[in-house]
Structures are given as structure tokens and as C-alpha cells.
Ligand binder design. Structure first.
Ligand SMILES: Cc1ncc(C[n+]2csc(CCOP(=O)(O)OP(=O)(O)O)c2C)c(N)n1
Ligand SMILES: [Mg+2]
Length: 818
């Protein structure tokens, strides 16, 4: 369908100027009467109390890190502690007007935000709900510690729970909010809307957008705030996240009923420094973070600077912005100024800032200043303040005593981590409502067209059907996608050119007619945020399929794939699921930056499942499985195979639903003298090599298509090797670092006694991928496989090698690094 907005040269070439609206700075004016009316004395005092809790908590960690003791309790904390002393008003102010359903994501410096959000949520919950949340979470392990000997209200108990749960997490204890597997920089407590905090600067900048997308698409209540630092404004994922968050299509193309733009606020806790780099005057040029909004959309992202040293100014801003977000008019950018008294970390000597500057901020410290304001307005007395301070110290001391004890707060055994690397669930659908679709499945033009195609590639005489009449690999992928779209209402798919174009390689052609915009849409060219927002969507409870048009673009989404997709299930100790499929197309013909098979990079990162089908039957069955699971799957597809019909499954690709058993390689050709193991498109090259080996040299080769990279069952491979004693492995990945070397060494360890010699890997050359016309010099060819067999495995009588595959050549190539 052509776009509804015509790009008219007369209009776009017309001279003119862009008018940019002004951006408010620190416009909040304190008005005690109004504030008292809004929050009541109790609410105002509570804000102060929450600020005190954070201050004491962080000061305790500072003492532990610098002096090894707090209130007479000694402890050696080996991990990090990025403290937010000085920033308490900003986090408490932010959370005060947020509901439990509102999410906040954060950074490496987020202890204060976890405490502020959880304390605010606890205060809003009824006692029964509070108790049942605490009892249910991790089987009540954290609650049972603080409940013992506790006297006082449920809210008071919840406060202890929040302080202890956070601290135990920082100290890597089993009773911590994430069983100690997250730690200081990744701790969070989802039941109260405190969502993952990220040690990667700016890491939350695109994840938070996906969470907001989840809320919008699935009509869930609440808003999402991405808390990131001023230093993170230099990070690509943050900018990409803002681009995804501000796409015009939410308002112009999506059904009005969906509700507009995702409710996302980018909140910059602007403490004016990265670690030591000063963001104003040194490492950035924005002058005011809020100015950035003007570059993103005509509403300036509703940006403003707010005084984060006054909790009431922040609370007011968040409340106003929340209305904008709920009305679908986001995104919002908030420049919340604040200052950390503490160093970046306790070992930081603050040599990059002047004593005078630090003194000025300390002299205006947000806690005494707010305390004085409340005292002046008779909300609390001096003696109340002293009592509150004593109460807070007592709470933190008790939590500390519990958290340092290995008897009360043990660590999980290292082996436990194995259980949370994957969730391994089967989930038909992630919500019960009816999936939103635009037509019955049977009326879909592509479904109809596919119905007329031959689901096996060859006719009775073994002759291939014409391309137009053959059901090919891309059709198989389409069938798996549309099947799940009609079952799981939360499932969405997006990426570059996904909608009208039908995906760059036409896998999605036919989905556009079937799905409303909010379930299938084009994204900006933001590979980082495509994957990162997928992470946020999936960990919030939805199923997302995102696409990287070329494997080579994984580089653009490196952090998201390797640090985010792969890690959140385990860093949350299984609290979060990651039903995210990343479809990655592996190219050829387009040269050095569009033709690389990087499956090995994925194989190297724990926490990712990876699949690489090479037949239509497998493509459908494996994608079916990926789309019914709860784990992240990197799904590789070779562009050389999109047009390939089914050559192995004689009865053709089934029309109904089926799955391929996870991790099982497939024997494509039986043999007894030699095992050839392949990944992806080289299967077909290997089969031709096997035929030639048989015909010319009488060598019977067994060809096994790995299909899976992780998890991978070795039984079939070992069985074959026990029979043949000889192995060649081949794929389109360059030889050095290819995953096939892992397979080769594992086989060697599992079946050493059965091997006649070392397995040989035939990969692509360690070069750039050259032009299409020169690819035969780069990708493994039939002769390379046969020559390798001849030179390194089994001399073939009368064979004349046409390429050099000797061990000497191996040495030479390695010596010069190519
Ligand atoms: C991607 C990445 N680069 C660098 C770092 C190291 N690092 C940790 S915190 C930090 C400064 C971050 O500054 P800002 O975003 O303003 O947050 P603040 O520390 O001020 O809260 C740096 C450079 C990191 N964790 N992640
Ligand atoms: Mg900063």
C-alpha cells in the first residue's frame, strides 16, 4: 500500500524557517498551601522519610566500601556501589506520584530509585495485597528473614523488606530481590514497578521504550520511565530509543483506539557529570539536556528542566507529564537536575571537580533543605526529624546485620545459575484476549496462494517445480509467523521494511493485510533499539519478533544482543522471561558488509538460543518452536535459501502445526565412511560433495545438518563419528573463530577413541567477502571439501587437488593472519 502522505516537491522545497517552541527551566514555584492540600502533612513527611532512608542506605554502603564497617558491623563488600548521595529528592519526588502499575527502569546508580519506587508502592497497597506480594515473591524467602521478631505494622514490615531485599541483592545473597544474581547495578523488584537497572550506560534507553510499547499495544495501565544519566546522552541506544518512541505513525497510522504513542518518559538524572567527564562544558554540547527534545519532535518531547533538589518540583512534573503520556502524546523528556555528593564510586577522589562546587551543593543539600521547609511550615518538628533519623538508622542497621550473616542470608550455589539461564517454557499465548487481526486466516491472499503451491520441491520424476509453484523457505517462515499471530494477542513484529515491503526478503508479504499497524510495523533504522525495545517488550510480558535485515547489522545491536537479550532472564533469577525472537538474515552477493555469517558471536554469549534452519520443513518447525517458547532465540536465515523448496521431507512441508525437537541435528544423507557436518546453506554444497565422493571415489559420506547452535545435542554427531571415524565440518562463516571449531573440539573430546584423525573445518576464507562474481573464492566450494578430505582425512585414490587444503597451508594462513 503506498503511503498516505504524499511527499510534494512544491511543499518540501519551499523556503521558510522551523519555529522551535521554548523549553521551560525550573518553573516550579513552591506554594505550601497548595502542597499541603495535595499531599497532606503526612504525605510531605513521608517524602522526607523516604529521602532519609535512601541517604542512610547509601551512606551505609559508602562506609562499608571505604571503612569496612557500619554501626559496629564489619563487612567486606567486594562488588560495586555507585551511590546516589545527594540525589534523593529527585528519586523520591519522581516516585511519589507514580502508581504501582508505572514502571521505572534505571542505571548503575539506581539503589535510590529502587527504594523510592518500592516504598511509594508499598504505601499505596492494602495490607493484604502487600503481605501476599511479599509472601509470593521467591517463595517468601526474603519476607521470612525480616518477618522474624518483627513488631509493627505491615507497612513497617514492608519497609524492612524493601531495604533488606535490596541490600541482600547488593551483597549477592539468595534472599535478595534477584537471588543475588543481579547485584548492585542490576537489582530491581518488578512487583512494585521497579524494573531492571542497567550497568551499561544508556542501556535502559531503548529497553524502556519496549516496555512502554507493551503497555500501549496491550492496553495495560501506567507509564514507563527510563532513568538514565546526563552522560548517557552520548549513547546511540538512547537516541535510537527516542526515535522509536517518537515515530509519527503512532498518531497518524495506528488505530486511534490503541491510544497513541507509547507512554514513555526519558528522565535524565542530570548530575552534570559522567564519571569524571563534565557533560556541560566538556563532553556534550547541549547546554541543557532538555534542549535535546527540540531535535526530536515538534512538541520538543514536552521537555523541561526540573529542579531535582526539590522533591515537590519533581513530583509535580511527573504528575503533569504522566497525563500527557496516558493521553498518547508522548514521549516526554525530563531534565531533572541533581548532584551527587559521593564520588562516582567510593574509590573516586573527585579530583575532577572543585571543593567549592561540592560545598555549594552540600550547603544546599536536598535533605536538610526539605526538612527545614517542612519544619518552617509546621509539618514536622525538630524532634520529629531527630526521631525519624534514629528510626531510619535503626532500620538500616538491622537490615545490614541480617544481610551480612551468611547463616541468615546465604548465597545460591554457583550451580543454581544453570537453572535460570533459560526458562524453557511452552506458552501458547501470553494473554487471553482475542488477537487483533484484520481478516480470517483463510481469506489471506498469501495463505490462499500458498495453498496452491507444491510443498515438496520435486515432482514424481524428481524434476523441480517452477519457483512460482513451489512452497519455499520464506513461505514456511510466513506460516509459522501467521499461525502464532492468530493465537497470541501480545505478539508483535517489527523492524526495517517489515510492513508494506513485507520484510526485506518478503517473508512477511501477506501479513500487512492480516494485521493492524500496532502488531506489525516499520521501525526507524535503529538496529540497537529494534532489539533493545524487543527486550523491554518481552520482559514486560509480551512476545516480540524483531528483524535484523542483515547479520552484519548485529554489530549495531551488539550491546542489546549480548548484554541485554542474553542476560535478563538469569540476572533476574528467572523473574523475567524473554520470549523474543530476533530474525537475522545472513546475506551474500552484497560484499564485505552484507555477507557475513556471525553465528559464532551468538554462540559465544551464554543465555542465547540460536537456530539456523536450512530447509523449509525445519524453518517452519523451528520458528514454530521459537514462537511458542519463553526464551530468546536468535534465528538465522540464509538469503541463499529463501527460494529453496523442501528437498528432504517427501510428504512435503505440513500445512498444520509441528515443531522440530530442540537441539537435534538432522541426518540428511546416510553414509558410513565419513561424516560431513554443516550449518546453513553449505548443506547443499556438502551434499554435492558427498555425491561426488561416492561416485568418483566410492567414499560414502554421511551429511548432518546441525540446525541448532545452542542448545545442541551431540548424540547424533557422536553416533555418526563412531561409525565413520572421520569428520569434516563446513559452513559459510569465516574459518577463524567459527562455531564449527567448537563442534569439532567437542566431538574430539566425546569420541576421541573413535576418530582416525583430527576433524577438519572448511570455513570461508578469513577475508572480506568479495563481490558476487568472486564469491567462489571465498565461500566453501565442493572442491574445497573434497580436497580437504583428500589432504587431511582420507587420501582419495587418483584425486588431483585443485585447491590447497594442506596442513602447511593452514600454518601459512595463520602465520599471516588470513
Ligand atoms: C556503555 C558503558 N560505557 C562506559 C561505562 C563506564 N561508566 C559507568 S558509569 C559512567 C558514567 C555515567 O554517567 P551518567 O550517565 O551521567 O550517570 P551517573 O554516573 O552520573 O549517574 C561510565 C562512563 C559503562 N558502564 N557503560
Ligand atoms: Mg551524570
Amino acid at each position: 500500500m503506498p503511503k498516505s502522505i504524499v511527499v510534494d516537491p512544491k511543499v518540501v522545497r519551499k523556503p521558510g524557517t522551523v519555529k522551535i517552541n521554548s523549553i521551560p527551566l525550573n518553573q516550579y514555584t513552591p506554594d505550601f498551601q497548595k502542597e499541603e492540600k495535595k499531599y497532606g502533612k503526612e504525605g510531605l513527611a513521608r517524602m522526607y522519610y523516604h529521602m532519609l532512608i535512601i541517604r542512610e542506605f547509601e551512606s551505609m554502603l559508602n562506609l562499608i566500601k571505604t571503612q569496612g564497617s557500619y554501626q559496629g558491623i564489619e563487612y567486606n563488600h567486594r562488588g560495586p556501589a555507585h551511590l546516589s548521595i545527594g540525589q534523593e529528592a529527585a528519586s523520591v519526588g519522581q516516585c511519589y506520584n507514580l502508581g504501582i502499575e508505572d514502571f521505572i527502569f534505571g542505571s548503575h546508580r539506581s539503589h535510590g530509585e529502587i527504594l523510592a519506587k518500592c516504598l511509594s508502592a508499598a504505601n499505596q497497597l492494602k495490607e493484604d495485597d502487600l503481605m501476599s506480594t511479599m509472601k509470593k515473591y521467591m517463595g517468601g524467602s526474603c519476607l521470612s528473614v525480616v518477618e522474624k521478631d518483627h513488631k509493627g505494622s505491615v507497612l513497617d514490615l514492608a519497609e524492612d523488606y524493601i531495604i533488606y531485599g535490596t541490600l541482600a541483592e547488593i551483597f549477592a545473597r539468595e534472599n535478595g530481590f534477584n537471588k543475588g544474581l543481579g547485584g548492585s547495578m542490576h537489582a530491581f523488584f518488578a512487583p512494585f514497578g521497579s524494573m531492571p537497572n542497567n550497568a551499561i550506560v544508556g542501556g535502559s534507553g531503548d529497553i524502556c521504550v519496549g516496555a512502554a510499547l507493551f503497555k500501549r499495544v496491550n492496553r495495560k495501565p501506567g507509564i514507563v520511565i527510563g532513568n538514565i544519566g546526563d552522560g548517557s546522552m552520548g549513547c546511540g541506544p538512547v537516541w535510537e530509543g527516542m526515535m522509536v518512541a517518537s515515530m509519527d505513525q503512532y498518531r497518524l497510522l495506528w488505530d486511534k483506539e490503541v491510544g497513541g504513542a507509547p507512554p514513555i518518559m526519558f528522565n535524565i538524572f542530570n548530575n552534570f557529570y559522567g564519571m569524571g567527564g563534565q557533560t556541560k562544558g566538556e563532553t556534550m554540547g547541549y547546554e541543557f539536556v532538555a534542549r535535546i527534545g527540540a531535535g526530536v519532535n515538534p512538541e520538543n518531547m514536552h521537555a523541561e528542566r526540573v529542579d531535582g533538589y526539590n522533591p515537590l518540583a519533581v513530583a509535580d512534573a511527573v504528575e503533569r507529564k504522566k497525563k500527557i503520556l496516558l493521553a498518547g502524546k508522548g514521549p516526554v523528556l525530563l531534565d531533572t537536575i541533581t548532584y551527587r555528593h559521593s564520588g562516582h564510586s567510593p574509590s573516586d577522589a573527585s579530583s575532577y571537580r572543585s571543593k567549592e562546587e561540592m560545598e555549594m551543593w552540600m550547603n544546599n543539600d536536598c535533605i536538610p533543605e526539605f526538612g527545614d521547609y517542612l519544619e518552617k511550615n509546621k509539618v514536622i518538628t525538630k524532634s520529629d526529624r531527630e526521631k525519624l533519623a534514629a528510626k531510619v538508622t535503626d532500620k538500616v542497621r538491622r537490615a545490614m546485620a541480617l544481610a551480612v550473616s551468611l547463616d541468615i542470608s546465604p548465597r545460591v550455589e554457583g550451580r543454581y545459575i544453570e537453572n535460570v539461564m533459560f526458562s524453557n517454557e511452552k506458552i501458547e499465548k501470553l494473554d487471553d484476549r482475542e488477537p487483533e487481526v484484520l481478516m480470517p486466516l483463510k481469506d489471506n491472499p498469501r495463505v490462499k496462494a500458498n495453498a496452491k503451491k507444491n510443498r515438496f520441491a520435486l515432482d514424481e520424476k524428481g524434476k523441480p517445480y517452477s519457483k512460482a509453484k513451489t512452497f519455499v523457505l520464506r513461505d514456511a517462515l510466513f506460516e509459522a509467523m501467521i499461525h502464532r499471530f492468530y493465537i497470541d494477542p501480545t505478539m508483535i513484529a517489527y523492524g526495517e521494511e517489515n510492513r508494506d515491503w513485507g520484510g526485506a526478503f518478503a517473508v512477511y508479504r501477506g501479513l500487512t493485510e492480516a494485521l493492524p499497524y500496532h502488531r506489525l510495523f516499520n521501525s526507524p533504522i535503529s538496529e540497537g533499539a529494534i532489539v533493545g525495545s524487543g527486550v523491554g517488550y518481552a520482559l514486560s510480558g509480551g512476545r516480540a519478533v524483531v528483524e535484523l535485515m542483515y547479520c552484519d547489522f548485529m554489530g549495531r545491536a551488539g550491546d542489546e544482543l549480548f548484554n541485554q537479550v542474553a542476560k535478563w532472564q538469569s540476572m533476574s533469577a528467572g523473574v523475567l522471561k524473554m520470549p523474543l525472537v530476533v530474525r537475522v538474515s545472513v546475506g551474500s552477493k552484497y560484499g564485505a558488509q552484507h555477507s557475513q555469517d556471525w553465528a559464532a558471536l551468538v554462540a559465544h554469549i551464554p543465555g542465547l538460543k540460536a537456530m539456523f534452519p536450512s530447509t523449509p520443513y525445519d524453518a517452519k518447525g523451528m520458528l514454530n518452536m521459537a514462537l511458542a517458547g519463553s526464551d530468546p532465540v536468535i534465528f538465522f536465515e540464509s538469503q541463499k535459501l529463501y527460494d529453496m523448496g523442501e528437498m528432504f521431507q517427501k510428504e512435503g512441508v505440513p500445512e498444520g502445526y509441528y515443531e522440530i525437537p530442540e537441539g537435534e541435528p538432522a541426518v540428511r544423507r546416510k553414509g558410513k565412511d565419513l561424516t560431513i557436518i554443516t550449518i546453513g546453506a553449505t548443506l547443499y554444497t556438502a551434499l554435492k560433495a558427498a555425491d561426488e565422493l561416492e561416485e568418483k571415489y566410492g567414499v560414502s559420506a554421511e551429511v548432518i545438518d546441525l540446525r541448532f547452535i545452542n542448545p545442541l545435542h551431540y548424540e547424533i554427531l557422536v553416533e555418526s563419528v563412531k561409525k565413520t571415524g572421520k569428520v569434516v565440518l563446513t559452513s559459510d562463516a569465516v574459518d577463524r573463530g567459527s562455531f564449527l571449531h567448537n563442534v569439532a573440539s567437542t566431538i574430539t573430546q566425546l569420541a576421541f577413541d573413535y576418530l582416525d584423525g583430527p576433524p577438519a573445518v572448511v570455513g570461508s576464507r578469513n577475508w572480506i567477502t568479495p563481490a558476487a562474481e568472486m564469491e567462489e573464492d571465498f565461500f566453501p566450494q565442493i572442491e574445497w571439501i573434497i580436497d580437504t578430505v583428500h589432504e587431511r582425512i582420507l587420501p582419495l585414490p587418483g584425486h588431483q587437488a585443485s585447491t590447497v587444503q594442506t596442513t602447511g597451508e593452514l600454518m601459512r594462513r595463520n602465520r599471516i593472519g588470513v
